[in-house]
Design a binder for this molecule. Structure first.
Ligand SMILES: Nc1ncnc2c1ncn2[C@@H]1O[C@H](COP(=O)(O)OP(=O)(O)OP(=O)(O)O)[C@@H](O)[C@H]1O
Ligand SMILES: [Mg+2]
Length: 274
């Protein structure tokens, strides 16, 4: 059974002329790691916020384990999200930030302490537990935000560019940690990233978005080797794929593509299309 079904998700922000999400359909299997990629402004965060319930959708439905949660309050959805901006509670220490979600769910004090120490160790922030967020660097704040999500054991994790403020070394380490964590917990994850290596190495499948529309949904290999359109072909891969214009012509029963060089006098180069 699909754990998370996004059915024809549409979103128009109040006062906006265009739809930001134009009918997104994705089925995410239980335990699957789906990465969401696409250019800035294509609607990735809007889709994540909609799944978490922080934005209301204007069409379609979000279904978790067969149950429509589209109108459910965020706190009742059993989904943990790490935001692009860290959204930490400024008056609480790191320890209290991580413990907060566990406390309101009624976990016993000693278990909370164990859990906070476990994630702090995992994220290498044990020395920061008694500091307030304002005293931390951006990368440290981001790790606390991850810790807060990891301390819970929700049905689904949503990560919106969780590693974007970390230095290169820590980023690679954290990527490995996230992969290991996923293998261990087998929790369903939807993960937004601008980093293609991250997208290709972490994902079971990749969803490519452009202008609020799904361009392709497939394994990293499928998306990389057999892009469904020119956008995906140009977007995935670094350096990106080059394109050349050819003319396709039929001669008898055969099809030929003809490449005409821009320089005058060059003979056209022809290939038979099989
Ligand atoms: N609260 C809002 N009110 C109105 N428009 C919004 C709001 N939030 C986002 N938008 C618009 O919706 C579109 C998609 O934004 P979104 O933040 O989802 O993009 P994104 O793919 O996450 O981009 P990035 O990669 O830069 O984070 C943008 O055109 C943005 O201006
Ligand atoms: Mg975003």
């Amino acid at each position: 059974m699909s754990q998370l079904e996004l059915r024809d998700i549409r979103k128009t922000y109040p006062g906006a002329l265009d739809e930001t999400l134009k009918g997104i359909n994705i089925d995410i299997a239980s335990g699957e790691f789906l990465t969401l990629v696409g250019p800035s402004g294509c609607g990735k965060s809007t889709l994540m916020n909609s799944i978490a319930g922080l934005e209301s959708i204007t069409g379609g439905s979000i279904v978790v384990e067969g149950k429509d949660i589209s109108t459910m309050e965020p706190k009742d959805r059993d989904i943990a999200m790490v935001f692009q901006s860290y959204a930490l509670y400024p008056t609480m220490s790191v320890r209290e930030n991580i413990a907060f979600g566990l406390k309101i769910r009624g976990m016993p004090k000693d278990e909370i302490q164990q859990e906070v120490e476990r994630v702090a160790d995992l994220l290498q922030i044990s020395a920061l537990l008694d500091k307030k967020p304002a005293r931390l660097s951006g990368g440290q704040q981001q790790r606390v935000a991850m810790g807060r999500a990891l301390a819970r054991r929700p049905k689904i994790y949503l990560f919106d560019e969780p590693l974007s403020n970390l230095d290169a070394k820590l980023r690679v380490e954290m990527r490995t940690e996230i992969k290991k964590l996923h293998q261990r917990l087998k929790t369903t994850i939807v993960y937004v990233t601008h980093d293609q290596i991250e997208a290709m190495t972490l994902a079971d499948r990749i969803a490519v978005l452009k202008d609020g529309e799904l361009q392709q949904l497939g394994t990293p290999k499928e998306v990389y080797d057999t892009p469904e359109n020119l956008f995906v072909a140009g977007f995935m891969g670094s350096p990106s794929m080059s394109f050349i214009n050819v003319t396709v012509e039929q001669a008898g029963s055969a099809w030929w593509s003809t490449l005409r060089a821009a320089m005058a006098g060059n003979l056209p180069c022809q290939c038979r299309i099989t």
